[in-house]
Design a protein around this ligand. Structure first.
Ligand SMILES: [Zn+2]
Length: 184
């Protein structure tokens, strides 16, 4: 998703794509720490410097916060979500850029979806995306455990021959064809 026409070259061939403006590389590049090779230690060095009031680190974080807000405003307009959960680096970053992100979304997103959305850091750490995907798969079970067996049968498109389904019996004839026969 292109956000910054004057941004850094992106591996996709464009420049100023969202990931090049808000990712780990962007934070380290802005902080002048790209040479250290990245990783969690390098990122934590930026946050530690910001905590000490280092202006370079604060400016680097602020820039990433700005572009994070620009991209999120676009997502708010397109998807009209009720919530955006920031995981990984962005959950770590969020306390530093909360006000900046809120301001950019306020300035750039349309009023109606903006009023609906809540931006929050993911609470489950680095595996939050994986856990979210698992939770989505289990959502019907969590919502109503009594629905599971019925729902599971109903969603299966393949009905074994000879199984009674409601008031119909599925039978199998000699020619290999399947036929339903009303039994009531
Ligand atoms: Zn790109």
């Amino acid at each position: 998703m292109p956000v910054n026409p004057r941004g850094a070259p992106c591996h996709c061939g464009s420049r100023g794509c969202w990931e090049t403006e808000v990712g780990e590389d962007a934070l380290l590049r802005n902080a002048g720490l790209q040479a250290v090779g990245g990783g969690r230690m390098a990122l934590e060095a930026v946050f530690a410097a910001a905590d000490r009031g280092d202006e370079g680190a604060l400016a680097a974080i602020s820039s990433v916060g700005n572009w994070l807000g620009v991209g999120l405003a676009g997502l708010v307009n397109i998807f009209n979500p009720s919530g955006i959960a920031l995981g990984g680096l962005y959950a770590r970053l969020y306390p530093y850029v909360r006000d900046r992100v809120a301001r950019v979304i306020r300035e750039r997103a349309m009023p109606a979806p903006r009023a609906l959305v809540e931006v929050m850091p993911a609470a489950l750490g680095p595996d939050s995306a994986l856990l979210g995907a698992a939770e989505l798969a289990f959502a019907p079970t969590i919502a109503d455990p009594t629905m599971v067996p019925r729902r599971a049968v109903r969603q299966r498109r393949i009905v074994p021959v000879g199984t009674v389904v409601g008031r119909n019996t599925i039978v199998h004839d000699q020619g290999g064809e399947t036929a339903a026969q009303r039994t009531a």
